[in-house]
Design a protein around this ligand. Sequence first.
Ligand code: 5GP
Length: 205
Amino acid sequence: MEQEKGLLIVLSGPSGVGKGTVRKAVFSETDVNFEYSISATSRPMRPGEVDGIDYFFKTRQQFEKMIKNEELLEYTEYVGNYYGTPVNYVQDTLEKGKDVFLEIEVEGAKQVRKKFPDGLFIFLIPPSLSELEKRIKTRGTETDDLIKNRMSIAREELKMMNLYDYVIENDRVENAVEKIKSIVIAEHCRRSRVEKRIKKLLGVD
Ligand code: 5GP
């Protein structure tokens, strides 16, 4: 019988929200069954990073060759460096029936949504929204300019949110991790997914 495909999980969010920290915390758990897709990047290696574990570190030239050869599921240039997801690993792992987890910035997530509309897209937001509410309620302690500035940032984040299925406020890393794990479990129980499996089993269209 044909193997059921795994789920493509995409964690994204505005820059500086702590995606990397949350992702590392997810993978330090012993009860997660998703596979992390290691990205390629042209940015220099930071102290403590290991090639092939944190990223596949490439020169700009090597990266551009990967683009040309269509080896990337998505890619973007972020703060002057290329970042991208090697497509073969994602496809092979999903084919094996395993879930794949991407932690990427928002431009890349947009590209993935187009190619994998059935993926599970999770948007991480900073706790600034609840903070904003609190501050607005206690006006007087903040200058109007500061509140206006926070509101315009929040509006931009709201626009980006459009593309996603779930939103998690990154108040505490442990909470965000628990929520991600729960969302993945729930997603596997989604009727449309279960139905597809059962129909296949029963030979019903
Ligand atoms: P850093 O240089 O701090 O490791 O990562 C910078 C940003 O690049 C982070 O927001 C991270 O989520 C994003 N990123 C890492 N890998 C990829 C990737 O393969 N594709 C895209 N689009 N963004 C990535």
